[in-house]
Design a protein around this ligand. Structure first.
Ligand SMILES: NC(=O)c1ccc[n+]([C@@H]2O[C@H](COP(=O)([O-])OP(=O)(O)OC[C@H]3O[C@@H](n4cnc5c(N)ncnc54)[C@H](OP(=O)(O)O)[C@@H]3O)[C@@H](O)[C@H]2O)c1
Length: 257
């Protein structure tokens, strides 16, 4: 196992939900973390919480991942404080659930810029230092919905962008494999966060949602495997939500019926 104590990780979308859980997981392994999200208040509260609990250094950088200058600032601030970036956990994301013909057109851009372009750009900004050091770990938050064929109704823009991200991440894994850089995709099922709180008909029964625990374990696994091993993809599927089955049930109801 690679020594993780004193390493540095960036975690995006870390003020709440899965990102906060994963920043805490990294901190629990002795990793210093730079956490990013748009709203400064919750971000600073999370930073103070993690710092107090795990006794690591935490840097809170307000950042909108859809803006290139914010991503550059995140990378620069992290390097100024910690020297180098060893681990990138790309997690920030938004959802938008509508029958396609009713989905607001502006949501397409928001989804593409947050859930796809934000990831690719940030990787591009950190990867050259990793290549130079022949060492680095990149973990991308994809989605269990990418295992569905066809993609879940009312999520087709969200899920097809996540499929693009999954394809990119897989290709990057192979491209970086000989350069000492590990690339892992996480494919979680439906998890209890603010994001799923907005998906009313799927989360009507909140007891069917999973907590972040299994995803935290998946990240711990990815970070602690032997140095010459890398999990390419880790899918953690919720057993109790029908639409994360690999094949959508034939009788799936349209949300508006
Ligand atoms: N929950 C699930 O069931 C589930 C399943 C599969 C995959 N995922 C993926 O997991 C990731 C995290 O989701 P979650 O459920 O934890 O969502 P969440 O609870 O809504 O948290 C989203 C986080 O991302 C931040 N964020 C949103 N837009 C951002 C932007 N433009 N720039 C920077 N930060 C931004 C939010 O903070 P601010 O609003 O302050 O920016 C927040 O910290 C997403 O990529 C999502 O697609 C979730």
């Amino acid at each position: 196992m690679t020594e993780l104590k004193g390493k540095t990780a960036i975690v995006t979308g870390a003020s709440r939900g899965i990102g906060k859980a994963l920043a805490s997981t990294a901190a629990s392994l002795g990793i210093n973390v730079a956490i990013a999200a748009r709203q400064e208040g919750p971000l600073k509260e999370t930073a103070a919480e993690i710092e107090k609990k795990y006794k690591v250094k935490v840097l809170a950088v307000p950042c909108d991942v859809t803006k290139l200058e914010d991503l550059e600032n995140l990378v620069n601030k992290t390097k100024e404080k910690f020297g180098s970036i060893d681990i990138l956990i790309n997690n920030a994301g938004v959802s938008s659930q509508y029958p396609f013909e009713k989905q607001p057109i502006e949501d397409f851009e928001k989804l593409a810029h947050t859930n796809y372009l934000g990831y690719v750009r940030l990787i591009r900004l950190v990867i050259n230092d990793m290549i130079e050091r022949k060492s680095g770990t990149i973990i991308n938050m994809v989605s269990g919905s990418t295992l569905c064929d066809p993609l879940p109704r009312s999520f087709i823009v969200y899920s097809s962008l996540k499929m693009g991200l999954r394809a990119f991440s897989k290709a990057l894994f192979w491209e970086m494999r000989d350069r000492g850089i590990k690339v892992t995709s996480l494919l979680p099922g439906v998890t209890d966060t603010d994001l799923t709180g907005k998906l009313e008909e799927i989360t009507a029964d909140s007891s069917r949602l999973m907590t972040t625990e299994a995803i935290e374990n998946a990240v711990k696994f990815a970070l602690t495997v032997p140095a010459n091993v890398c999990p390419l993809e880790i899918a953690v599927i919720n057993q109790q939500t029908p639409w994360t089955k690999p094949v959508i049930p034939y009788k799936q109801e349209h949300p508006e019926k």
